[in-house]
Design a protein. Structure first.
Length: 510
């Protein structure tokens, strides 16, 4: 194949989504210099504050907004902490004759960016009250599943979107809808998987910094921010903007999905983008900045609660593994013969980590149980293992990829966790997991993101989101990170016992 036959997988990653130079037209944007002169304005300025954008350019801000409003904005700026911080003002009068507006303010490349949009209907309860009661409800959910479902239900209740999903990334960047609250009569997306390419890299990086995005109407042509280039030739950087217009590629994607408005809130755990709370609506919908602020605040708190729940789960595992390691030590210390009993060792370790079969190789002896391969096959596997990096735990959910002969017994033993249990290179406890023919439900054929046009094959958003089943064979249920830690703990304590016993033997002989 020639290079032009290859799909350009990086095209999406290169789109400068923060430099598109436009805002959504439900609000306006003004950039002012440090001496409070307007340096840029969105072309729809007149629709909001009555002054044409080109008349505003070069004017002091108080020629466009009232002195009082400028005063409020100046006071708020004192709270800004560098480029990634954004301050908000709710329900202010930008001019005496205008309705109330909500305003977001931040710095971008030395300019002050002021974005305004009409406030929502009055009479809503205070954000603090709303979010407080949402959080109280969250803390009452017992299971993780319930905790996640509650979150999407509550977000749907306060924003009114048709569909609210909790979308979780796996380590490869693909994602899955793990919780959903959806209006009746609409199909469910629960359990659907989406390929990593649906959300390009720079978008993920941006969503870590700016955790909230609204698209009020996908058919809004937007308002350009002018002049496009400043005196230094730079386009405006809208990374932290609340009105940023969205990439045309993504607009096409959501349109293909049958969506007209969206809101998404980043879920950030331990500094990583864990996932998103993604909201869709079939018609234009603009939650007010106040409602979005409540949703954002909830999202930030939800992230922290999720992080701490996940930590608790992990701590639980680790406690269990320590207990098993301790028990092992205690028993062996009583009866050192057990250390040379492959069956006993296999059972003890196997009790700690779910498996379908166990193989042990110890001092040249073999013990096999459950769905383990036969003795010849197991010997061949051990031979292969012992040529690898010494004394390392080896984990796979697709054994035949590491050890091709395993294809012959993939049904019985497709996954493996191999723990070296002594300093002799061949002594191993190997836990096997049987094949699990998994049916992965992708939203649309993930390969169909590649389309051919005049410029060759390129990535474009999938047009069909109909569930697309992929059968995965020769693969087991994966071993989790926590199971690796259990294995590490057990291995360390076994090595310690062996060392201890050999020292005792030496001192006995002395
Ligand atoms: C952004 N893609 C996104 C976002 C989501 C998705 C959630 C964040 C923007 C937002 O808040 O809407 C994808 N939306 C999903 C998924 C679900 C969902 C998976 O509701 C599941 C239920 N997209 C593609 C391809 C490209 C692409 C092939 O499919 C590139 C050619 C681009 N996606 C793309 C871009 C953005 C994006 C550029 C950034 C949009 C922006 O913030 O400007």
């Amino acid at each position: 194949a020639t290079p032009t036959d290859q799909p350009d997988l990086t095209a999406c990653d290169r789109e400068p989504i923060h430099l598109l130079g436009a805002v959504q037209s439900f609000g306006f944007l003004l950039a002012v210099s440090s001496d409070w002169l307007v340096s840029r304005a969105s072309e729809n300025l007149a629709d909001h504050v009555g002054t044409a954008w080109d008349i505003a350019l070069g004017q002091p801000l108080h020629a466009v907004l009232s002195q009082d409003a400028v005063h409020d904005i100046r006071n708020r700026i004192a709270y800004l902490q560098g480029e990634d911080s954004v301050e908000r003002l709710l329900r202010i009068r930008l001019k005496p004759d205008l309705p109330e507006y909500d305003v977001a303010i931040h710095f971008s490349r030395g300019s002050i960016i002021i974005e305004g949009e009409p406030s929502g209907p009055a009479g809503h309860e205070d954000i603090g009250i709303t979010v407080r009661s949402m959080l109280m409800r969250q803390s009452q959910s017992s299971s993780m599943q319930n905790f996640q479902l509650n979150a999407v239900r509550q977000i749907r209740a306060i924003t009114g979107f048709d569909r609210v999903m909790l979308y979780r990334f796996d380590q490869d960047g693909a994602g899955e809808v793990v919780a959903e609250s959806v209006a009746s009569k609409r199909e469910s997306f629960l359990g659907l998987r989406y390929p990593a390419t649906d959300i390009p890299r720079q978008a993920r990086a941006l969503y870590l910094r700016n955790v909230l995005r609204v698209i009020a109407d996908l058919q809004d042509p937007g308002a350009r921010v002018l002049p496009e280039r400043d005196l230094h030739g730079h386009p405006i950087d809208l990374s932290m903007s609340v009105l940023r217009s969205v990439s045309p590629v993504h607009i096409e994607y959501l349109t293909n999905m049958g969506v007209r408005a969206s809101l998404s809130i980043s879920v950030v755990c331990e500094g990583r983008l864990w996932g998103l709370i993604a909201c869709h609506h079939h018609a234009p919908l603009r939650p007010s900045l106040e409602q979005r602020t409540a949703a954002e605040l909830f999202g930030r708190m939800f992230s922290m609660m999720l992080e701490s729940r996940e930590r608790e789960e992990t701590a639980g595992y680790e406690q269990r593994s320590r207990a098993i390691a301790d028990r092992l030590m205690a028993v062996v210390a009583q009866d050192a013969k057990l250390l040379h009993d492959p069956e006993w060792i296999g059972e003890t370790i196997g009790a700690a980590i779910p498996n379908d079969g166990i193989g042990v190789y110890l001092d040249g002896r073999i013990a096999l149980s459950g769905m383990a391969p036969d003795e010849g096959q197991f010997r061949a596997l051990i031979r292969d293992l012992s040529t690898g990096a010494a004394s390392q735990i080896v984990i796979t959910d697709h054994l035949s990829q590491l050890h091709p002969p395993a294809a012959a017994y993939a049904e019985r033993a497709a996954g493996m966790l191999a723990i070296p249990i002594s300093r002799s290179p061949r002594d191993y406890v190997v836990l096997f997991r049987a094949e699990k023919v998994r049916s992965v439900r992708w939203a649309g054929d993930p390969q169909k993101a590649m389309e051919e046009d005049a410029h060759g094959v390129r990535l474009s958003p999938r047009k069909s989101f109909e569930a697309w089943r992929q059968l995965v064979q020769g693969v087991s249920e994966p071993f989790a990170a926590a199971e690796r830690r259990v294995a590490e703990a057990v291995r360390t304590s076994l090595l310690e016992v062996v060392l201890l016993l050999s020292e005792e033997r030496e001192s006995d002989q002395a």
